[in-house]
Design a protein around this ligand. Sequence first.
Ligand code: ATP
Ligand code: MG
Length: 257
Amino acid sequence: MTPILKVENLVKRFHDEMSYGQGEILKDLNFEMQRGEFVCILGPSGCGKSTFLRCIGGFEGYEGTLAVNGECVTGPGTDRIMVFQEFSQLLPWKTVEKNVQYPLKLQGCKDKKKLQEISDLYLEKVDLLEYRKFYPHQLSGGMKQRTAIARALALKPEIILMDEPFASLDAMSRNHLQAELYQIHQKEKVSVIFITHNIQEAICLGTRILVMSKNGEIKVDMMNPLPKPVTPSSEKYGEMWDLLHDALYEAGGEEKE
Ligand SMILES: Nc1ncnc2c1ncn2[C@@H]1O[C@H](COP(=O)(O)OP(=O)(O)OP(=O)(O)O)[C@@H](O)[C@H]1O
Ligand SMILES: [Mg+2]
């Protein structure tokens, strides 16, 4: 079966005077992802995680091979949707439901009834249906992130690319959203790449975990053996945590909590 994502000899260089050396941020990355995987990426600050995600999203040029579902990535597309850390990723002048509907409209969907059906369906999935008429400034951070997730899901992407989406949330909202996201992933069978600095988050969410090193290489690529749902009292949780913590330390940075 064609992998959902194939990365072969991927190199990313930034050619500006601020870049060190040759400006080589990603060095010869090789990685294959199957449909339905939930891949978490850990790595020290500045190692190139966001750059990697932006390359997959089609927002950066690159050298090497990057193919989604067998198609070479040449620019952004609705098969790859990004969700960011910033709470400001929603359009402030549009309501929650209009934020969800807007990219669908851009895609050419003009049928108002259909748009309403789709936004209701996905807002329901993230528990926000009753807030559909609210504007972003009337929402909590977690609610904004849930709106961004509903908006991403509504486009039925092949892969959702998430760059530390829960990093600005308090611990309780974060735990809650982690559980919600994992359930959605299970139900929708969507493939997810999720960047985090948080080892607990990677262990709880990932079916597979990568650790990138400071010099832009994949140092660890492992399946997560812990059965879901994972909690800190799960068997082998401590072992996994130690293993990833050591790997992160060796990769050139301790965990940023
Ligand atoms: N547009 C750019 N031009 C030049 N260099 C860049 C550009 N974008 C990123 N970089 C450099 O690429 C490196 C990796 O940045 P990136 O944002 O991918 O790191 P990261 O792993 O996501 O870090 P963090 O965990 O802090 O978010 C950094 O050294 C950064 O300075
Ligand atoms: Mg980043």
